[in-house]
Design a protein around this ligand. Sequence first.
Ligand code: GLN
Length: 542
Amino acid sequence: MKSKTKYIFVTGGVLSGVGKGISAASVGNILKSRGLKVNIQKLDPYLNVDAGTLNPAEHGECFVTADGAETDLDLGHYERFMDVELTQKSSTMSGKILKQVIEDERAGKYLGKTVQYIPHVTKAMQEHIEAAAEGFDVHIVEIGGTIGDIEGQGFVEAIRELGIKYGRENCMYIHVVYIPYLGASKEFKTKPAQNAVKDLRNTGIVPDMILARSEKVAPDNTIDKLSLFCGVPKAAIALLPNADTVYQVPLTLEDNGSGDYITKRLGLGLLKSKNKSWRSFVDHVIAPKKKLYKVGMVAKYLDNEDSYFSVVEALKAAGWDNSADVQIEWIDAERLERSPRTVGKVLKSVDGIVVPGGFGNRGIEGKILAADYALKNNLPYLGLCLGMQVAAISAVRQTGIKDANSTEFDPRTPEPVINTMDDQVGKEGTGGTMRLGAYKCSLKSGSIAKKLYKQTMISERHRHRYELNSKYIPALNKQGLDVSGVWEEKGLAEIIEKKDHRFFVASQFHPEFTSRPNRPHPLFVGFINSLKKPVKLATIKQ
Ligand code: GLN
């Protein structure tokens, strides 16, 4: 069958977590730089319907698209590397497909047929892939996990069949493998990669290209070996050692000739890359910086830094914009909660703090203490979603309303500064029921937010269930805090800020999702810029 869209399928072997997502995103980056219309999609073999119910400590951040899909963090890489706004079509978990197949079966849509993994589930998978590909020159499809995982087999079969349906000239398979280094014998070993390619071939897929990840720079004969034993041309093998910054990966691929190889292989012709600005951006990132900011991240999912991936990237990007590096100091909110006396000591060691999003009451009082300290001590504060809610609770408590709380943490609180919107009541606990995706927000004239955004109407992504209760706005005002951004339609507060402060801005939305490495988000820029001034402690009148 003829296809207007060219497909690139990205799979992984040897082990997971070697940067398959970054590799797929980098392929997207180099193709987009050739003027092609590129889409990208992640197929996740989990039985979850989406990433909304996955624990970030286990799985990493839940990335939210503008149209409200709760997705795997790889979509964040894709958006940052390709500077695109993806939709829910770009994230497909097995659970979503299986739910649909079973619902169709219950609705009698299979007309009495035996419903089977092949062809029914694989067909549903292909429909999801084709729907995402529609209208694009190239569609990149990354399969989560590694070849051989039981739960991933359906997706692997689905992409194998697509290769037959559209023909090899329209489809390409890229396998990302890992090359370990043995310190004892000072050698890079290609055997696991060879076996991983064998595993892929056993599924009926012959790889067109191999991206070989390694921690150090592997010698060139690695390419000869891989080519010989895996049956892939040398020109289609790229070595990807650990880079100074992940944003270097597209350039490594480009310099290796992978961009030209892919476009030629897919019959797209030799298109000239316009990756110049990305190159100068990367040069700027890796150049030694004169300034280093220490930013305290008051958080609770500390076992897995991926839980806050987009926040960290947004902070780093704002730092680079300011020709500075940002060092994240992870501050355990639960520890602050357990030992309130240490709050001053811990927070004095950083230039400013970020309180990122989160759910549930573990560590919540520690986060409120951090907001308290920032308010009272003129320490720059950026609150993101939950970070805005704890800032509001802290400020209201400072007016003497000691019971101020969120109904999320104390459902019977007499002072519900943060509570649920009427139309959210009863939906607690089920997946996909939060305020999700982009909502408009109008900014108050003369506000810090408006000065940073340089516009009146913005649109930002949300993922939360609770909102600021407008009854408490006078109490916030009493503490010098203003609501400077509002979702007019429902009259809900989107941003709160304090003027007589070095920087105290908190948003109900997640600005980190729209920040780009080379185009940092204005709120992060404002926060990082505020760190330049010397800290003057206790200058706020209480
Ligand atoms: N738990 C809070 C809510 O649901 C904040 C969510 C978040 O930080 N993303 O409203």
